[in-house]
Design a protein around this ligand. Structure first.
Ligand code: MRU
Length: 351
C-alpha cells in the first residue's frame, strides 16, 4: 500500500482489511490487519482509520470480510446486526452508514443466490465504493484547480488528503494535482486541536508531495487572514445537508466565520457520498462527542489540566451554508446561485 494512494485496502487473500494506522503517523508508517467486528469497530472509533471516505471504504471491505465469516442463520439478520454495530462506532461521517447500507442492500437483493456468489457480489460492491472514491477525488481536485492560481496560499483545517480518502483526497486533492501540473500552491495548515490531524497528517502528506506548507496553531488563522496572507480556505466534510450546511472537524465553523469577516473565499470539498439526503439542514446532523482525555492528556507528556476537570469535546461542527463560498463536488461546483438541493438534483447526485 502506498501512502499517497489511500490508507485502506482489502488484503491479497481477501480475509481482512488492511489499513495504515493513522494514529501512529507521522512517526511510524505501520499497516495493520482487521478481521473481527471488534477490530474494525475499534479502528474506526480510535481513528486508526479516519476521514469520512476512508471510513466508508473500510466499512465496505469490513462488511464483506465479516460476511464471509457468518455461520449463524439467518445470514441476513446477522449481517444487519454487524452493520448496526460498525455503524455505531462514529455517528457523524455519513460515508460509514452509506457503505454499510450498500453492502447490506446487495445481500438483501441477492439473498437467494448460493452463498459464494452472494459474497462475490458483496466484494465487488466494496471495490466499487473504493473505485468510485478514487474517481470522485480526481474529479473534485480537477474542479478545485478552477478556484486557484499559481502562487496562491491556502489555509487547511483537519485532514482531507489521500489518508482520509483513497487517492488525491478531497480538500487536499487540488494541491497534489496542481503539483503534478507544475502549479505552485502554498499551504498554512491548522494543527486541528485536539487530535492534531492537521499537524500529524496534512503536513505529512503535503511535505511528502513537496508542497510548501507551514504549520500553525488553530488560533493563529485570524491573524494570518487579517494580514492578507490567505487567498482561500479549503476543507473537507463529513456530512452535508440538502441546504448545503456542512459538518466537518471541530474548528471549521470558526475558520468560516473568520473567512467571511476578512473576505477570504471558503471552499468545502464534498464527494456525493458525503451528502445526506435525509438531512434537510445542519440541525439534523448528529455531532459526535469524544472523551475529555483527548483534550487534556492525549498528546502531552503531562496532563495540562487537573484530573477530573470538566471538558466538552465535540468532534465536529456545522458550517452554515451562508458562510460557504462554494461546495466542490465531483460533478461540478455549487456557488450558491441556486439552492444546493436544486444543484444536487440537476447534477443527478440525488433523485
Ligand atoms: O475525526 P476525523 O479525523 O475523522 O475528521 C475528519 C474530518 O473532519 C475531515 O475533514 C473529513 O472527514 C474530510 S475527509 C476527506
Amino acid at each position: 500500500m502506498s501512502i499517497n494512494e489511500g490508507s485502506v485496502v482489502l488484503s491479497k487473500d481477501k480475509n481482512c482489511v488492511e489499513i495504515i494506522d493513522q494514529t501512529l503517523l507521522p512517526l511510524e508508517e505501520r499497516i495493520i490487519s482487521l478481521s473481527t467486528p471488534e477490530e474494525i469497530y475499534d479502528a474506526i472509533y480510535y481513528l486508526k482509520v479516519r476521514g469520512a471516505p476512508a471510513i466508508g471504504i473500510c466499512a465496505g471491505y469490513g462488511m464483506y470480510v465479516l460476511a464471509k465469516q457468518i455461520k449463524k442463520e439467518p445470514f441476513l439478520d446477522e449481517l444487519l446486526r454487524l452493520g448496526d454495530y460498525l455503524n455505531s462506532s462514529r455517528p457523524t461521517a455519513v460515508n460509514l452508514s452509506f457503505a454499510v447500507n450498500r453492502l447490506c442492500n446487495v445481500a438483501k437483493k441477492n439473498i437467494l443466490l448460493p452463498r459464494e456468489e452472494l459474497l462475490e457480489l458483496m466484494r465487488l460492491e466494496a471495490e466499487k465504493i473504493h473505485k468510485e472514491d478514487i474517481e470522485m477525488c480526481r474529479s473534485i481536485a480537477t474542479f478545485g484547480l478552477e478556484l486557484v492560481k499559481a502562487g496562491d496560499t491556502i489555509l487547511t483545517h483537519c485532514n482531507a488528503g489521500p489518508l482520509a480518502t483513497s487517492k488525491y483526497g478531497t480538500g487536499l486533492g487540488t494541491f497534489f494535482l496542481a503539483k503534478e501540473k507544475g502549479i505552485e500552491l502554498k499551504a498554512y495548515c491548522d494543527e486541528t486541536r485536539p487530535l492534531l490531524q492537521g499537524a500529524r497528517l496534512t503536513v505529512y502528506e503535503l511535505q511528502n508531495a513537496g508542497v510548501d506548507c507551514t504549520l500553525i496553531c488553530d488560533n493563529m488563522a485570524a491573524a494570518l487572514m487579517k494580514q492578507g496572507k490567505i487567498d482561500a480556505c479549503f476543507v473537507g466534510c463529513d456530512r452535508v445537508a440538502l441546504n448545503g450546511d456542512a459538518a466537518n472537524k471541530i474548528g471549521t465553523l470558526g475558520v468560516a466565520v473568520l473567512a467571511k469577516h476578512y473576505g477570504v473565499p471558503f471552499y468545502v470539498f464534498c464527494p456525493s457520498s458525503t451528502v445526506d439526503k435525509n438531512c434537510k439542514t445542519g440541525d439534523d446532523i448528529v455531532i459526535e462527542e469524544r472523551k475529555s482525555s483527548e483534550i487534556f492528556e492525549m498528546f502531552y507528556e503531562k496532563p495540562v489540566a487537573r484530573e477530573g476537570t470538566k471538558c466538552y469535546n465535540p468532534a465536529f461542527d456545522v458550517t452554515d451554508h451562508e458562510l460557504i463560498t462554494a461546495i466542490v463536488t465531483e460533478k461540478g461546483i455549487w456557488r450558491g446561485d441556486e439552492s444546493f438541493e436544486t444543484f444536487l438534483r440537476r447534477k443527478n447526485i440525488i433523485d
